[in-house]
Design a protein. Structure first.
Length: 152
């Protein structure tokens, strides 16, 4: 046995190193970080035929996508805080341009944009592409006209 160990010393050291690396990997991946808040992002657009319809579809993403979407829509977002308070109250986009409706509150809300209704969870967003020029009133739950989106 002693001769076997001396003859195969490098192989045994390599095998031991591999086992340690595997155990470390299993240990480290076993510790899960807290889940990031889920967000919703548009992946599909449904074209509207009148000035009151909007377009949107949603798929969940992570915190990084949430921050990225907000950054990439700078100047084109409406943020709704607790109490259904929107900022800004007046928002203008170019026809075909996306706008982001961000629910920054700690409560899920039901939003109406024109005649379309969307449920948006807490710290979630909806990407809107309004397909027709005009004014779209935004309501939050039972609070009417918290904001207006004008599409030119």
């Amino acid at each position: 046995m002693k001769a076997f160990i001396q003859n195969n010393k490098n192989i045994l050291i390599s095998a031991l190193a591999i086992i340690i690396v595997v155990l470390l990997a299993v240990f480290l991946t076993g510790k899960k970080a807290p889940a990031a808040p889920m967000v919703e992002e548009s992946t599909e657009t449904v074209e509207a035929t009148d000035t009151t319809a909007g377009a949107l579809s949603a798929t969940p993403s992570g915190e990084a996508a949430y921050k990225s979407a907000i950054a990439s829509h700078e100047g084109r977002l409406i943020t709704v805080m607790d109490g259904c308070v929107a900022e800004p109250k007046e928002h203008t986009v170019t026809l075909g341009e996306h706008a982001l409706l961000v629910n920054a509150s700690n409560t899920a809300h039901t939003f109406t944009v024109g005649d379309e209704t969307y449920s948006v969870g807490e710290r979630h967003y909806k990407t809107l592409r309004l397909a027709t020029a005009g004014e779209y009133k935004v309501s939050c739950d039972d609070t009417k006209d918290i904001a207006t989106i004008t599409v030119k």
